[in-house]
Structure formats: structure tokens, C-alpha cells
Design a protein around this ligand. Sequence first.
Ligand SMILES: NC(=O)c1ccc[n+]([C@@H]2O[C@H](COP(=O)([O-])OP(=O)(O)OC[C@H]3O[C@@H](n4cnc5c(N)ncnc54)[C@H](OP(=O)(O)O)[C@@H]3O)[C@@H](O)[C@H]2O)c1
Length: 213
Amino acid sequence: MRIGILGSGLMGGKLGTLFARAGHEVVFSYSRSEKKLSALAREAGKNARAGTPYQAVREADVILFAVHWSRFDDVLSQSGSVAGKVIVTCSLPMNAGNTALVVGHTSSAAEELAKRARDAQVVSAFNTVPSEVLFGVYDARDKAPRPSLVYCGDGARGKKVAASLIRDVGFEPLDAGPLRNARYTEPFALLVAELAYGGRGGPELTYRFERVR
Ligand SMILES: NC(=O)c1ccc[n+]([C@@H]2O[C@H](COP(=O)([O-])OP(=O)(O)OC[C@H]3O[C@@H](n4cnc5c(N)ncnc54)[C@H](OP(=O)(O)O)[C@@H]3O)[C@@H](O)[C@H]2O)c1
């Protein structure tokens, strides 16, 4: 797949690198430092390059949306049309201090993004794990059992794409239903963050749901 990365920070930088390693064509964009984008692309190898948000989106089948809640409108204003694209978003609706959700109960960051990108298929994924686990999960992808990763969305095509990228990174995708269920997965992400960053064992925390028969 051709994947445009909007937001090349902790999440976008690492996920973009892993997508490139998994064989996808990746364009890193939307950093305040062009040098950082070039370095990311160089380190991610031959499948990756740096670009503007407009270039990243124009040439992509899939967009990874990985920016702070406060940057949603700004990055979309630079992206050009997202019509027909699958947007996989890991973004959470955090306040400026990253201490609380500013949207919840009646909406979610993913639904708010879908309202701003009506012609795209938005899928919420990758937001329920800390960035610190991503390379380790990728390195352990041949070991069973894999950690779970919940995702939700409304379009079958977008969900299929998201599930495939989740598998590429080394997780087992867990379909959490329609996009409105991001109202549940986003607060769950804060629980995982609380356990990861507030606990004693370090932030490298994943989760796995098991069904007891
Ligand atoms: N980090 C995690 O473990 C984690 C886990 C789950 C969900 N999330 C969510 O995923 C999204 C991305 O998180 P992240 O940790 O990857 O964030 P981050 O490291 O801060 O990356 C955000 C990206 O946006 C870019 N950006 C461009 N203009 C900006 C501006 N004016 N102000 C701030 N940033 C600007 C940053 O640029 P620079 O490159 O110049 O910094 C960076 O590339 C957020 O919505 C977050 O809530 C994060």
C-alpha cells in the first residue's frame, strides 16, 4: 500500500517506519522539522521518503493520522482532498496538557475526524497502545500469541486495510465494531496509558483479550 503519514512524531514516526519495513511505500509528513522527516525516511529505508502533507495524501491509498487533537484542522487544511482514502487514526482527543479527554460520551476524536473528512473511510486503530511497544511487537511478530489491538470503523474496505496494517505491525486485530465505538476505545486507551506510564513495570505494555469457553 502507499501510506501517507500525517504527523511524524512518536506514533507516526514509528508506525511509518514499521509500515515501510513491512514493504509499504511511506511518505512522512507534518513535522516542524524537515530535517527530522528526512532522517526518519532515511532510517526507514528504501520504501520511505519525506514530503509535505499534500504530497503524502495525494499519492496515498491510506493515511495514518497521528497528530495532537489541537492540530486536526491545521493538518487537514494542508492535506488537500482526502476523498476516497482510508484514514487510519491513532489520535486521541487530549487537552493541551495531555491530561484529559476533551471529547467523550457523545462523540470521539475518530468521529470528529470523520465529520471533517466525509468522503474518506475513517478507522480508529493503534491508539490503545503506547508508542514504546511498537518496535518490540514488530520484532516478536513470529511468536504466538500476539497481543490484541482493537480497531473500529464503518466501512468494510477501511476496516480490512486497518486489520492488515495491524497484522503487519505484529498485533492480532480485534474488530470493535462501528466508528462510534471509538467512544469506548478512546477512554480505554487512557486506561492503558495509565497502566503503562503510571505503573512500575515501564511503558512497554500491551493487552490481550481472551474468550473463555
Ligand atoms: N505517544 C503515544 O504513545 C500515543 C499512544 C496512543 C495515541 N496517541 C495519540 O496519537 C497522536 C500522536 O501522538 P504522538 O505521541 O505521536 O505525538 P507527537 O510525538 O507530538 O507527534 C505529533 C506530530 O505532529 C507534528 N506537528 C506539526 N506541527 C505541530 C505543532 N504546531 N504542534 C505540535 N505538533 C506538531 C509534530 O511535529 P514535530 O515532529 O516537530 O514534533 C509531530 O511530528 C495524538 O493524538 C496522541 O494522543 C499517542
